[in-house]
Design a protein around this ligand. Structure first.
Ligand SMILES: CC(C)(COP(=O)(O)OP(=O)(O)OC[C@H]1O[C@@H](n2cnc3c(N)ncnc32)[C@H](O)[C@@H]1OP(=O)(O)O)[C@@H](O)C(=O)NCCC(=O)NCCSC(=O)C[C@H](O)C(=O)O
Ligand SMILES: [Mg+2]
Length: 303
């Protein structure tokens, strides 16, 4: 695998709210919320006997949406190998979201199967695939799963961690700070980055406990995640804050850009900025952060 030198094109993915497709009130509410993306869920939040009705509700919901949106739209389908998988994908084609989130991926074959099916149906090339990393097998196969994004029509662009399923399958305890899960989260993050993918931290179940939730967002940001999957509107603001751009980070990025723009630093690869070495890679990082701040500002002023 050749290592990409760049991340994905910059997109705001600070807050991705899961909305059960069978919950009419939540569907209706979702478009007006400040989350960067909505994950319309046909999988675990929908009871087996309600799957068909949820697909129909989702189709009606998408039919009423404006095409252009500040929110990214993702549909989480059921496993392709199960009884609902192909029905869900047919609903995806009818709805026209930005991406399909494939659950319980265990290896590259799970992504390939969906990519091949979409290709056979003539799905638009812009339709992306996201992978839920939530099984022990997925952790063992992270590099192969990430790599399949480039070989199977290039649709894969994001990993989403699913710690409820991973804890269930492994027995790892749900304790503050996630000490035994952090090594697995970091493996997923590194595998994603090696393939140039975005990567989203797992849901936090205690949706009324906003203090530990904010702490977990901050931990995820420090670990390098792009954002967090959410389950409740109350989690949007803390996630947007943690994964946004702080005033200090913005000032630092502006100082780096200004320093490299000075005539005396023209053509230099490394400079002294107040006793700190700053290289061109830091300038790239600063420009990306400034661009992210710009995207956030534009989004906030348009809503
Ligand atoms: C967790 C909930 C079941 C709680 O629901 P409820 O008791 O109704 O919450 P509230 O009364 O506090 O709701 C207040 C208002 O907010 C709306 N609401 C609530 N949740 C959502 C939502 N997700 N999206 C949009 N709107 C939402 C309510 O309708 C109320 O509105 P109003 O009438 O105006 O007052 C519920 O929050 C919920 O179902 N959450 C999502 C569950 C879900 O999607 N689960 C699947 C994702 S989790 C996952 O993927 C795990 C992963 O796979 C893993 O393995 O880890
Ligand atoms: Mg799960």
């Amino acid at each position: 695998m050749d290592t990409p030198t760049r991340y994905q094109p910059l997109r705001l993915r600070r807050s991705l709210l899961s909305v059960p497709a069978g919950n009419a009130r939540a569907l209706e509410k979702s478009s007006s919320l400040a989350c960067d993306g909505v994950i319309f869920d046909l999988e675990d939040s929908v009871a087996p006997e309600k799957k068909a009705a949820a697909r129909e509700a989702l189709k009606r919901h998408f039919a009423g949406l404006q095409r252009a949106s500040a929110q990214e739209r993702i549909i989480r389908v059921n496993a392709f190998s199960g009884p609902e998988g192909q029905h869900d994908l047919a609903a995806v084609l009818a709805c026209g979201p930005d991406a399909v989130l494939v659950p319980k991926v265990s290896g590259p074959q799970d992504i390939r199967a969906v990519a091949d099916w979409l290709g056979d149906q003539g799905a638009d090339e812009s339709l992306r695939l996201w992978a839920m990393i939530e099984t022990p097998a997925a952790i063992l196969n992270l590099a192969e799963i990430a790599e399949v994004g480039r070989t199977s029509g290039g649709r894969l662009d994001c990993f989403v961690l699913g710690l409820n399923d991973l804890r269930l399958a492994t027995g790892i305890a749900d304790i503050p700070g996630r000490p035994f899960l952090v090594p697995l989260l970091m493996q997923a993050l590194v595998a994603a980055r090696a393939a140039g993918l975005d990567v989203i931290d797992s849901v936090f179940n205690g949706f009324t406990d906003l203090e530990p939730f904010a702490a977990e967002c901050e931990q995820g940001r420090q670990m390098g995640f792009d954002g967090k999957m959410l389950i409740h509107p109350a989690q949007i603001e803390p996630a947007n804050r943690a994964y946004g751009v702080s005033a200090a980070a913005l000032a630092d990025a502006a100082a780096i850009a200004a320093a490299f723009a000075l005539p005396e630093n023209e053509g230099k690869g490394a400079i002294n900025l107040d006793g700190r070495m700053v290289e061109l890679l830091h300038l790239d990082q600063a420009k990306r952060l400034l661009a992210k701040a710009d995207l956030i500002e534009k989004k906030e002023s348009s809503t």
